[in-house]
Design a protein around this ligand. Structure first.
Ligand SMILES: [Zn+2]
Length: 282
């Protein structure tokens, strides 16, 4: 599930590898992945890639006057290959064929088709609905005043921080790490935070996401692997000891994700009701 640090390292590595590369052709074997039709995808042919950057959790592959905006959703990957994919490869969604047999490929694992791409004119990127609705980036975090204002909402912190309109880049993995680092309950409301707690959370965004990026800079040399070595301390570690206080990390299971936290440090010792369990008992 690529979030800010994972998408950022992908953008950095791809930018280094493809800048200046000529595009021979572009096609969309997974027809549903391409959400736009004007300009047509093949308008990329004959141009050159000029950059790859991250916008929130999306990637923008730039080719002069055109930008391919890509959202990986939960199971997509944008990767560069030395050889071209067979058109029978069911994981391929978008193929951008570069000179010298290389291919920039949007792939998606699993049976669902949720990853998408849009080919936009460069001038339309900022006003695109998926870009325009984004809040400020989580890393580096906005200045303290702005950060406090963004979080001042009567909503639980876990969904609030994952809402890209509030702040961009955080998803289901890193939100657990940020709340644990700031010792905050996932069920505390944004509007109930004390000034010191807001500052703790802002520092966590800065340091935790920054450390994840530093980690990826160290371990990912050229190619971003299918599964990134995410330096997580609490997410998906239910049942293990908290790395800070030794209490058992607990989890709340939702339909399609798991929230992990340290009861000792985040919820005043209370173990939150497991939604999955309570549904079964009903
Ligand atoms: Zn703990």
């Amino acid at each position: 599930m690529p979030e800010l640090p994972e998408v950022e390292i992908t953008a950095r590595r791809l930018a280094r590898a493809v800048e200046g590369a000529g595009v021979e052709s572009a096609l969309a074997p997974g027809m549903v992945a391409l959400k736009t039709f004007d300009p047509p995808l093949d308008a990329l042919a004959g141009g050159r890639l000029t950059g790859v950057r991250r916008i929130g959790k999306m990637l923008a592959v730039e080719a002069g006057e055109l930008t391919l905006l890509v959202h990986l959703m939960s199971a997509g990957r944008l990767q560069l290959f030395d050889k071209r994919a067979s058109l029978r490869d069911k994981s391929s969604r978008i193929l951008v064929r570069l000179e010298g047999e290389r291919e920039l490929r949007l792939r998606e694992f699993g049976t669902q088709q949720r990853a998408w791409a849009k080919l936009l004119r460069a001038g339309e990127v900022a006003t695109d609905e998926d870009v325009a609705r984004l809040g400020p980036d989580a890393h580096p975090p906005p200045p303290p005043d702005e950060f406090a204002r963004l979080l001042d909402q009567p909503r639980h912190l876990h969904p609030l921080l994952r809402d890209q309109r509030t702040i961009a880049g955080i998803g289901r993995s890193w939100v657990d790490e940020l709340l644990w680092t700031a010792r905050l309950s996932p069920f505390k409301q944004g509007s109930e935070l004390e000034d010191g707690e807001v500052e703790e959370l802002r520092t966590a965004c800065d340091e935790v996401l920054g450390a994840a990026l530093d980690h990826y800079e160290q371990v990912i040399v050229d190619t971003v692997p299918d599964k990134l070595p995410m330096p997580l301390q609490v997410h998906r570690r239910a049942g293990e000891p908290c790395p800070r206080c030794g209490s058992t990390i607990e989890a709340v299971h939702f339909k399609d994700y798991v929230m992990c936290y340290c009861p000792e440090e985040q919820t005043g010792g209370r173990v939150l009701k497991d939604r999955r369990l309570s549904r079964l008992l009903k």
